[in-house]
Ligand binder design. Structure first.
Ligand SMILES: Cc1cc2nc3c(=O)[nH]c(=O)nc-3n(C[C@H](O)[C@H](O)[C@H](O)COP(=O)(O)OP(=O)(O)OC[C@H]3O[C@@H](n4cnc5c(N)ncnc54)[C@H](O)[C@@H]3O)c2cc1C
Length: 382
């Protein structure tokens, strides 16, 4: 059993660690609220190798059959699984948290353990707290050493979510519920210190086909009128087109400012009385030994080792960050490479390698991003 005073000191320590990890408060960012970009002249990204401040390779937790959200009786415990969101974990976080919380409701318990402190674990923990549960998170790592901290952070609910031929009517119904709840929750987070923002997105098509992330095939299967929340991209006429390319479309989209968003979730969780304990699980017996009757498993890729889920596999994604430029208020993508101006840097990304566990950034991928962005900027009018 946990010694109450030791527990208090440990959760206090975590709260302090949280504050120092994330910084005391978010800096102001003068132009980020002006999401509508001037269509005639867009500010340029300064592209050069010496402006790189950070590179990451994150591993998307992908399952061919899609996220696992179900109950399992294990030893003396009820485990509620909520993991395997592929490239859509940020987008669907609140929705699958709601579905997992409804499975917890069936257990008639009041105290719940959540395994994992990524966006899925934190959103699930907050959803349970709002329903009145007393929640303790057990995790081996938190920000910034989690996949959730290495994501792009855009609304992409069909990105590497499930293999298109594995979509069943039940899966489509789950998706519809998760997508709707997430979308509505994100709109309520607008205006809260810019953890969520809207931004114009330019898509430049120069004849090359995009690397497949199942997105377009999945959109046909999953995006019904009920969950088609975003205005369609409009092809731009020559006069409205800020680029010299002839095929450019523009649509507004949502972005998540990941560091401040994760800090907000963790702070809210601790303020509401939640506790965070550092613990590594290796096998189901480690889970069974927790002093909780109900445990929600939000360990992402970690579930492969703990629960032996062989369907889980990593899809690696490399990001490269340039020095922030607060004047940038649009994002763009071309030939599978995108840039997004976030508060913690101008993020360049776009790749995905199935089954790759390697987390060392590849200089060739970085060079490809820089070349593509340079090309985009050379073709900006004005
Ligand atoms: C390059 C890239 C770009 C992406 N872009 C987007 C995007 O634009 N939009 C979008 O919606 N999604 C995006 N994603 C996907 C998204 O990041 C993931 O789906 C999401 O972060 C998964 O969250 P999670 O909480 O399940 O996993 P994680 O963030 O990995 O959290 C898992 C938690 O479990 C803990 N854990 C794991 N194993 C153990 C263990 N054995 N014992 C104890 N604790 C353990 C970890 O420490 C961690 O706290 C992107 C991902 C990548 C890599």
């Amino acid at each position: 059993m946990n010694h109450p005073r030791r527990g208090f000191i440990k959760s206090l320590a975590m709260a302090t660690v949280g504050t120092s990890l994330f910084g005391a408060c978010a800096p102001s960012y003068p132009n980020s609220s002006a999401y509508v970009s001037n269509p005639k002249k867009l500010p340029k990204v300064k592209v050069s190798k010496d402006r790189i401040i950070k590179e990451t390779v994150g591993l998307r937790p992908f399952r061919q059959g899609g996220p696992r959200i179900e109950k399992q009786e294990l030893g003396s415990k009820t485990i509620v699984h909520n993991y395997g969101h592929g490239g859509s974990g940020w987008s669907l976080s609140w929705g699958t948290a709601l579905i997992a919380s409804e499975l917890v409701d069936e257990t008639k318990t009041t105290k719940v353990a959540v395994m994992g402190c990524g966006v899925v674990g934190l959103s699930t923990a907050r959803t349970l707290q709002k329903k009145g549960y007393e929640v303790t998170i057990f995790t081996k790592d938190s920000y910034p050493n989690i996949t959730s901290a290495m994501a792009t952070g855009t609304w992409s609910p069909t990105s590497r979510l499930v293999k298109p031929d594995r979509v069943t009517p039940e899966f489509a119904a789950m998706y519809q519920k998760a997508c709707t709840h997430s979308y509505k929750t994100f709109q309520r987070l607008l205006g809260l210190n810019h953890v969520v923002d809207w931004m114009d997105s330019y898509r430049i098509s120069n004849g090359e086909s995009r690397a497949s992330d199942y997105s377009s095939e999945l959109k046909d299967k999953l995006v019904t009128p009920e969950v088609d929340f975003y205005p369609k991209g409009e092809p731009l006429k020559r006069k409205e087109n800020p680029f010299k390319y002839s095929h450019v479309s523009k649509s507004p989209t949502t972005i998540f400012n990941i560091p401040s968003y994760l800090k907000m979730l963790q702070d809210d969780f601790l303020l509401a009385g939640g506790k965070i304990r550092i613990k590594t699980f290796q096998k189901p017996e480690d889970v069974d030994s927790l002093p909780f009757q109900c445990v929600v498993n939000c360990t992402g890729l970690g579930a492969q080792d703990i629960f032996g889920d062989e369907e889980l596999m990593p899809v690696s994604g490399q990001l490269c960050f340039l020095i922030p430029q607060p004047e940038l208020n649009y994002r763009a993508n071309m030939s599978g490479v995108y840039f997004i101006p976030r508060r913690d840097g101008i993020m360049l990304g776009g790749n995905g390698i199935d089954g790759n566990w390697e987390t060392t950034p590849d200089p060739e991928v970085r060079d490809k991003y820089l070349t593509a962005l340079e090309e985009m900027m050379k073709n900006l009018k004005g």
